[in-house]
Design a protein around this ligand. Structure first.
Ligand code: BES
Ligand code: MN
Ligand code: ZN
Length: 495
């Protein structure tokens, strides 16, 4: 898809579909007003009929609108004009794009110049349009014999709003498109089944990225190499699986070599059966999504390269499959982590933290500016936040605040939980330095407490995306979160 900014009178812009806003109670936006005048008041007549009221997200398609150069006119409800904020604008864009992508149209123009958001700059709207258009164009068909129709839309334009700088709008389109594509990349990896998306598959996808992007270098460590580094904790998770574990390291070099990198660490459990502490059967299929943290890291790294971010970023992925088997780790087994701490594995289903702790220890060698891990870590995060917020915990309040703001700005929200000292003793073990579970209460916090024992050397934040990374039910599928939040964070960093 190509995105561009177009100036000029809305009704004269040639396209297969022109999109214009009607505010609540049938009030014409400035652009709809121009179109109405050209159409000899046909829109006013439609609105008087009461069939279209301008409720937020409502759509009405009109063919061959009189007086306009466009083949179709899509009216979209904007709701109360004074309440037009980022969230409502995203809803307006979602419903118009959903409609537009069902049409046999190749060019679409969004006549939204007069649309002002009370909480964002105009460039945000441009970025969001491009991001959402890319996201709307995605559908999963890799493992279906009937392929989905390729979207017909090739070009999307947006009118330049008064007082906005064209350069900034264009930058918004470029960044939004790259982020939308990255979100789709994360969704695609998440949606692939566990028998295709194995640790080896993730490693090969990372290597492909390295081959295609000059700023990226990719290194994959084998089980043997990890054993030499003493990663006994990570390797204890893959012990029961025939699939070899991989530690994937992707470096984006966008700044001087001495500029401290931002490190992202992704949980890449390509399937989580629970191991010997086997999970119940119902909805176990969804544990193919247990690598969505890793998917978000791969997607973000590719986006950093595409946008040539002028900073250094390192992505580290612990890729493993968690299976029961004769060689699998058993409850009560004690393993030694790369940091030297011994861990009593009381529950083999608390495997994510066992993978992450060694990857987090490895992260220290990059002398990071910040480390953020992303993981589908606890069912308790789903119980706490449902699917709306990602759980955020950190050893640095400034970093936590910044991530929370980035979540809000990108509409990919995260909310902080406390990481208080008082919770730490729940991980006491009679037989090792630390136990891998803290009991049934405060599960998201005790999981983060476990990780915090391995992150004392740097500024660190943990994003538990167990609730936000995928949807269940009829719309089952990966969401691509928190790619939006992470890109917002990285775009704001300086070398
Ligand atoms: N991958 C799961 C977390 C999960 C469960 C995410 C359900 C989304 C939905 C993780 O590996 C896990 O099994 N966690 C356990 C930890 C417990 C044994 C302390 C959990 O949350 O039940
Ligand atoms: Mn588990
Ligand atoms: Zn898991």
């Amino acid at each position: 898809m190509k995105f561009s900014i177009k100036a000029g009178s809305e009704e004269k812009i040639k396209s297969d579909c022109l999109v214009a806003v009607i505010w609540s109670k049938g009030t014409l936006s400035d652009e709809a007003g121009l179109i109405d005048r050209a159409a000899k008041k046909a829109l006013s007549k439609l609105l008087r009929s009461g069939d279209f009221t301008g409720k937020l997200g409502e759509t009405q398609l009109i063919h061959d609108p009189i007086g306009s150069a466009a083949k179709r006119l899509l009216l979209v409800g904007g709701g109360d004009r004074r309440k037009m904020n980022a969230k409502n604008a995203a809803k307006l864009l979602a419903s118009s794009l959903n409609k537009v992508f069902t049409l046999n149209a190749s060019s679409v123009h969004f006549a939204l110049a007069s649309l002002e958001l009370n909480d964002r700059e105009p460039a945000w709207m441009a970025a969001r349009l491009a991001q959402q258009a890319e996201r709307t164009s995605y559908s999963y068909d890799t493992t279906k014999s009937k392929k989905s129709k390729t979207p017909t839309i090739k070009a999307i334009s947006l009118s330049a709003s008064a007082g906005s700088r064209r350069k900034q709008l264009e930058l918004g389109l470029k960044q939004g498109q790259a982020i939308g594509k990255a979100i789709n990349r994360a969704r695609q990896l998440g949606n692939l089944p566990g028998n295709i998306c194995t640790p080896t598959y993730l490693a090969s996808k990372a290597k492909d990225l390295g081959n295609r992007n000059r700023s990226l270098t990719v290194k994959v460590l084998s089980e043997k190499q990890m054993a030499r580094l003493g990663m006994g904790s990570l390797l204890s998770v893959s012990a029961g699986s025939a699939e070899e574990a991989k530690l994937i390291v992707i470096q984006h070099k966008g700044a001087r070599a001495d500029s401290k990198p931002h490190v992202l660490v992704g949980k890449g459990v390509t399937f989580d059966t629970g191991g010997i502490s086997l999970k119940p059967g119902a909805t176990m299929d969804e544990m193919k999504f247990d690598m969505c943290g890793a998917a978000s890291v791969i997607a973000v790294m590719s986006c950093c390269a595409e946008l040539k971010l002028p900073i250094n970023v390192v992505g580290i992925i612990g890729a493993v499959e968690n299976m029961p088997g004769s060689k699998a780790t058993k409850p009560g087994d004690i393993v030694t982590s790369m940091a030297g701490k011994t861990i009593e594995v009381l529950n083999t289903d608390a495997e994510g933290r066992l993978v992450l702790c060694d990857a987090l220890t490895y992260a220290a060698r990059f002398k990071p500016c910040s480390v953020i891990d992303i993981a589908t870590l606890t069912g308790a995060a789903v119980a706490t936040f449902g699917s709306h917020a990602t759980a955020l915990l950190s050893n640095n309040d400034k970093l936590a605040k910044s991530l929370r703001q980035c979540g809000e700005q990108s509409l990919d929200p995260a909310w902080q939980l406390p990481l208080w000292e008082e919770y730490q003793s729940m991980l006491d073990s009679n037989f090792a330095d630390i136990a891998n579970i803290g009991g049934p209460r405060a599960g998201t916090i005790t999981a983060a407490c476990f990780l915090s024992r391995f992150t004392e050397k740097y500024r660190w934040a943990h994003l538990d995306i167990a609730g936000s990374a995928w949807r269940s039910g009829a719309l089952k599928g990966a969401t691509g979160r928190p790619v939006g939040l992470l890109m917002e964070y990285l775009l704001g960093q300086k070398a």
